[in-house]
Ligand binder design. Structure first.
Ligand code: HDE
Length: 718
């Protein structure tokens, strides 16, 4: 049965504001299969008229001076404007999320490929071409709301689908496995990862004693920790980050047949990371690195895109696949064993209008599901089903947060939930209960054929115990698979990360215990980390495992470059014609070019002008994916630039961070002054900006990093 979205609330729920009817109109558009502009829907004016008023609509003559007895006299309690203004301000903050407090979000649309129709009846996934508005929030787990974006951490990837059957939230992470197997340990792992309770340090870091104490004692965390210590813990941007549902879900098709699935988000721009030093610098010079990148890319029209995929696994009652326990959230299913089948595309095309109203107040809940998607008995997922609604009652101040514009479903709501703090609906009717006779027996409960959410019947039997199945005891085989499957440079980064994090731990016993854990993963890993810590490498029993090369994120084929940034170092006498040529060549690929010059303003030469976007003082290498030094019309200026310490630092950082570097004309002398010449890997030098020059540069950008340089750079770093 097709679920219709009527244009008015049907059963006695009045529209509290004009916005409800806007929403209803757009709902019908969605029902017709048209894309709905969610951002525009939310951006309806909430402030009207040109005059400043009080919250009661009273026009105000002055908001800068409190009411006093004379210019130098005491302030009067009578000043209701002062009191209203200050009181409201006093209550502007709400509690931050207990985890995932730091985040950024965007509106978008999800379009189904229709390829999931055989496994699910959920319309937003099954109906080919169906477009569903979404709101997606990315986050880091450990830090406070004001912490830096580029810290080493797991990232959240939460998507709210406003479907015509009700809201669906896919609340995932950028790492496919989790620290713990049972939700009852979640407060413990978070207490261990959060700053130490006495001094509240370190902020947004796992590099401290309590975290390593916990994970070395809870070896089920080992697989997740390996991912955290890998490049996955340092995404280049939210645009280049994978997402995973982590748990195994159950899908149900029209015939009632079920499959088990794992959800994956695949970024169209590829999976890319920062390098550790770059992430550390960015945390200082631009703590909003990921937030800015997301907003800028959307503003520039380089819309982040991700394909949604599923691994489909038989629901044969065993909850295992090829020996992998599908109810154990510390295990993944390698793509070699079950390929990811793509079922739709998410495009993020609009920035929020107001951070608080949208990004801060959005409330995700793993229990927001529609017919065709069900949960499994994964004990981590079961605990989550309790936690999200519970936390939002406190965070959003009561039970009516679902009425907030960002949380409101785009289909009819007739819920019999009444009253409570911040009730904004003016409910009509007498009977807020069922069955009733006074309101004509309405609303109706829906049978499955009418769109009612009816869980599949599933047999459950057993003894009441506090225990895990034996299969949950394998803590090391997939950690070993991950470490051995990634490329040598990714392995080197993992070693470096362990050495850094454990190097920050004060208690030697914790370091030694974690080394013993690593010895049970891989002898090479524990030996290298032990060497870096100056401790003996313990013996262990690492498992033999099959490799899964799909776990490596190293790029060998050039990918899309849209949304990337090239910094162009220009002197006051730079070849502006060359810069213009370069800009035109890369702009068509969605790459932004930023001119860095000794002073701000505009550069002029002949008929060319270039706006200076950064000066040598304000630029830092971390905001560029590649750096190019422009040639000059006079060699003297080239030397002036070369003398600038900031430029040398910028070029050397970009070199160390494995970024493509290029120069034309006398720009090569500036590079050379920083010790960088054409015989180094990934350094391109030419006489002028030609097609070959721009083609080679964009090819290098598409490979993300100059991996051939990695060995030399790491050798010099140690
Ligand atoms: Fe969450 N998690 N979580 N989590 N989680 C929250 O909900 C929780 C887990 C994830 O952008 C909280 O509204 C428990 C796994 C994301 O608003 C809270 C357990 C995964 C976000 C909560 C987990 C996640 C949250 C805090 C173990 C990946 C941010 C504020 C049983 C699959 C959503 C809030 C946003 C947020 C509880 C484990 C992802 C406290 C108890 C596994 C992306 O309810």
């Amino acid at each position: 049965m097709e679920i219709r979205c009527p244009s008015l609330y049907p059963y006695g729920v009045a529209m509290p504001t004009a916005r409800h009817s806007d929403q209803a109109a757009s709902r019908s558009a969605a029902a017709n299969g048209a894309a709905e502009d969610n951002a525009a829907r939310l951006a309806a004016p909430t402030q009207e008229g040109v005059y400043l008023t009080s919250a009661q609509g009273l026009r105000l003559p002055d908001t800068d001076h409190s009411l006093k007895v004379g210019e130098r006299g005491p302030t009067l309690l009578e000043d209701f404007h002062l009191r209203e203004k200050i009181t409201h301000f006093d209550h502007e903050r709400i509690p931050e999320r207990v985890v995932h407090a730091r985040g950024a979000a965007a509106h978008g649309v999800f379009e189904s490929y229709g390829t999931a129709a055989s496994v699910t009846k959920a319309r937003f996934l099954a109906v080919k071409g169906r477009q569903t508005p979404v709101f997606t929030r990315f986050s880091a787990v450990l830090g406070s709301r004001g912490s830096a974006d580029t810290v080493r951490d797991t990232r959240g990837f939460a998507v709210k689908f406003y479907t015509s059957e009700g809201n669906v939230d896919l609340v995932g992470n950028n790492i496919p496995v989790f620290f713990i197997q049972d939700g009852i340990k979640f407060p413990d792992v978070i207490h261990a990862g959060k700053p130490r309770p006495d001094r509240e340090i370190p902020q947004a870091q796992s590099a401290h004693d309590t975290f390593w104490d916990f994970v070395s004692l809870h070896t089920e965390a080992t697989h997740h920790v390996l991912w955290n210590m890998s490049d996955r813990g340092l995404p280049r941007s939210y645009r280049t980050m994978e997402g995973f549902g982590v748990h195994t879900f159950r899908l149900v098709n029209e015939e009632g047949l079920t499959s088990l699935v794992k959800f994956h988000w695949k970024p169209v721009s590829g999976v890319h990371s920062l390098v550790w030093e770059e992430a550390q610098i960015a945390a200082g010079v631009d703590p909003d690195f990921h937030r800015r990148d997301l907003a800028d890319a959307i503003d520039a029209g380089a819309f982040p895109e991700y394909e949604l995929g599923i691994q489909v696994l038989p629901d044969d009652g065993t909850h295992t696949f090829e020996g992998i326990d599908l109810l154990d959230p510390t295990k993944l299913v390698p793509e070699e064993l079950a390929p990811v089948q793509l079922i739709g595309r998410l495009t993020l095309n609009a920035n929020p209008t107001n951070y608080f109203a949208e990004t801060e107040q959005v409330a995700f809940h793993t229990g927001n599901l529609v017919p065709g998607i069900e949960v499994t008995d994964d004990p981590l997922m079961q605990a989550r089903l309790f936690s999200y609604l519970d936390t939002q009652l406190t965070r959003l101040g009561g039970p009516n947060f679902t009425q907030l514009p960002i949380n409101r479903p785009h289909c009819p709501v007739n819920d019999l939930l009444r009253d409570g703090a911040h009730q904004s609906a003016i409910h009509t009717g007498l009977a807020a209960y069922l069955p009733n006779s006074v309101d004509e027996g309405l609303p109706l409960v829906a049978a499955e054929a009418e769109g009612g959410y009816v869980q599949r019947e599933r047999p459950v039997e057993g003894r009441v115990v506090r225990a895990n199945p034996v299969s949950f005891d394998d803590h090391f085989s997939q950690a070993a698979m991950f470490y051995r499957s990634v490329s040598p440079i990714e392995r080197a980064h993992i070693v470096e990360a362990f050495a850094f994090e454990l190097g920050k731990v004060y208690d030697k016993a914790i370091k030694e215990r974690q080394l013993r854990v690593l010895a049970n993963v891989d002898a090479d890993l524990s030996a290298r980390v032990a060497a870096a810590l100056g401790l003996p490498a313990p013996d262990g029993s690492p498992p033999d495992v099959a490799l899964a090369p799909s776990l490596s994120q190293l790029v060998t084929e050039p990918g899309p470059v849209a949304g990337r940034r090239i910094g162009v170092i220009a002197s006051l006498d730079a070849d502006l014609g060359g810069i213009d040529k370069l800009r035109k060549a890369v702009a068509s690929l969605g790459v932004q070019l930023l001119v860095v010059a000794p002073v701000g303003g505009v550069l002029h030469h002949g008929r060319h002008t270039e706006v200076v976007e950064r000066t040598n003082l304000t630029a830092r290498s971390v905001e560029f994916d590649a750096v190019v030094v422009a040639g000059d019309t006079s060699p003297r200026d080239a030397l002036q630039v070369a003398d600038a310490l900031k430029v040398t630092l910028l070029l050397q950082e970009a070199y160390r961070h494995l970024k493509p570097l290029a120069a034309w004309g006398s720009g090569a002398r500036v590079l050379a002054a920083a010790g960088i010449t054409a015989d180094h890997a990934g350094v391109l030098v030419a006489d002028a900006v030609t097609k070959t020059f721009t083609d080679r540069l964009t090819l290098a950008l598409g490979l993300h990093r100059v991996w051939d340089r990695a060995e030399e750079v790491m050798a010099n770093a140690t």
